[in-house]
Ligand binder design. Structure first.
Ligand code: AMP
Length: 113
């Protein structure tokens, strides 16, 4: 499978990894949209939210628990941060391995663009 995020999770291509464990890898986005922009992915390949099964509930939960941990470690938990997961073309998904964007370090507008 030719998935760039699977390759990052496997250590086959470089990334600035900020957290990893048995299930989850978190690394800095190459094209940051905020002073802190981290992508949190499951090691296991899941293309989009549309492909999630009931059995993936714990996997998705771990993405959010990793976000909570990183926010605390990097010191922006109290100020606030934004978590985003884009799905398919209308939302602008470009990498088809689910990833939770963790954005922090500035104020974010709502509604989003
Ligand atoms: P999305 O548009 O939600 O699919 O987000 C994909 C994100 O992956 C974008 O913010 C890209 O900047 C980021 N990205 C793509 N390739 C890499 C890479 N090799 N390392 C880090 N971030 C990447």
């Amino acid at each position: 499978m030719n998935c760039i995020f699977c390759k990052i999770a496997a250590g086959e291509i470089p990334a600035t990894i900020v957290h990893q464990d048995e299930h989850v890898v978190a690394f800095r986005d190459l094209n940051p949209q905020a002073p802190t922009h981290i992508l949190i992915i499951p090691r296991r390949h899941i293309a989009t939210v549309n492909d999630l099964a009931e059995a993936d509930a714990a996997t998705v939960g771990r993405l959010f628990l990793a976000a909570r941990r990183i926010a605390a470690e990097l010191g922006f938990a109290a100020d606030g941060y934004r978590l985003v997961m884009n799905t398919n073309a209308a939302a602008g998904q470009t990498v088809f391995h689910i990833h939770l964007h963790l954005l922090a370090g500035r104020n974010f507008a709502w509604p989003p663009g």
